[in-house]
Design a protein around this ligand. Structure first.
Ligand SMILES: Nc1ncnc2c1ncn2[C@@H]1O[C@H](COP(=O)(O)OP(=O)(O)O)[C@@H](O)[C@H]1O
Ligand SMILES: CC(=O)N[C@@H](CCC(=O)OP(=O)(O)O)C(=O)O
Length: 299
């Protein structure tokens, strides 16, 4: 590489950094909740980049709060233990033996791995779960189903699957106030002391709502919400989401995601976005470019 090539390269890098200025201003002091899904953790280089992106957000004066999943990692451990799992509406039916495995994987292995990615990037992350500091008091989730004719409604028992009943964000504020990055595993505790397995999307939405976060980013393994022709929809109002749900365009695993985004927006989060975590630097692209790369759900 010649000296003039090097100068051109350096000038290009400086130009790109300078482009971030308006976004750095917009998000100075902002709280951004990032849901890091188990599928998005797959590739090592992407995971390391994720850790560096979160450290960078902190470095430029943003307060990132990470909520992680770990569905595929739980599946792998259950397979090793020869335990079968079943799902209802994307939720893992969790009996007493299984909730121990879920807690071990989510609040143990995965939580420490995600905090480690950020720590290795030079920031200070602290891994906690919803049981710590009273962060998430959970109640048993009830689900009902209808018979094919839609006449009879039946209650389904999902075991120790919970939903947040009360979120106490003091532990999050204590950590961010001390310059640390909270990394939260989606496990909660019931009023009776029982441990509950909670869908990570739901936890991310509940924490974003309780914090009054500026943004919620949901990192997944699709480009965002796709239309009938498989084309990315860049932004959706709550009413438009309801219409796409009603006509079946939004289905399966995308339902809890859009429900979470809607709930967060209703609780005052200014924008909730479903982002493709397979794209390198997905968080930076979403926050620091006009329009972002995923689907923004807004009021
Ligand atoms: N309209 C839609 N746009 C995008 N994905 C959709 C849509 N409707 C259903 N899906 C499904 O939702 C999935 C994303 O949810 P899920 O697999 O639960 O994500 P994660 O594992 O990241 O929580 C997609 O892979 C896709 O199969
Ligand atoms: C109740 C329930 O289904 N909990 C999830 C918790 C992990 C999760 O949500 O992980 P992802 O974000 O990677 O899918 C589970 O057991 O898989």
């Amino acid at each position: 590489m010649t000296i003039s090539d090097r100068h051109a390269d350096a000038a290009e890098q400086a130009r790109i950094v300078a482009l971030a200025l308006p976004y750095l201003r917009r998000y100075a002091g902002a709280t951004i909740v990032v849901k890091y899904g188990g599928h998005a953790m797959g590739e090592e280089s992407l995971a390391e980049e994720f850790g560096r992106d979160i450290a960078l957000l902190k470095q430029v004066g943003i307060n990132p709060v990470v909520v992680h999943g770990g569905g595929p990692q739980i599946n792998a451990m259950l397979k090793r233990l020869a335990i079968q799992s079943t799902f209802v509406d994307g939720l893992r039916v969790t009996d007493a033996a299984m909730v121990e495995v879920v807690e071990m994987v989510l609040a143990g292995t995965v939580n420490k791995m995600v905090a480690g990615l950020i720590n290795r990037a030079g920031a200070l992350a602290v891994g906690i779960c919803g049981k710590d500091g009273g962060l998430i008091r959970a109640r048993k989730l009830t689900r009902t189903t209808r018979d094919p004719e839609g006449a009879i409604e039946r209650a389904l028992d999902l075991g120790f699957v919970g939903e947040p009943e009360h979120v106490d964000v003091r532990v999050i504020h204590a950590l961010t106030g001390a310059g640390l990055i909270p990394v939260v595993a989606p496990v909660g505790v019931g009023a009776d002391g029982a441990t509950y397995n909670i869908n990570a999307d739901t936890v991310a939405g509940a924490i974003a709502g309780a914090l009054g976060a500026n943004r919620l980013l949901m990192l997944t393994d699709v480009a965002g919400v796709l239309d009938r022709n498989g084309k990315l929809i860049p932004d959706l109002s709550i009413a438009e989401v309801e219409a796409l749900r009603a006509d079946g365009t939004i289905s399966g695993g995308m339902i809890p995601k859009v429900e979470t985004c809607i709930e967060a927006v209703r609780q005052g989060v200014k924008g909730a976005t479903i982002v493709d975590g397979r794209v390198p630097h997905a968080c930076l692209l979403e926050l620091f470019t006009e329009g972002g790369i995923g689907t923004l759900i807004h009021a």
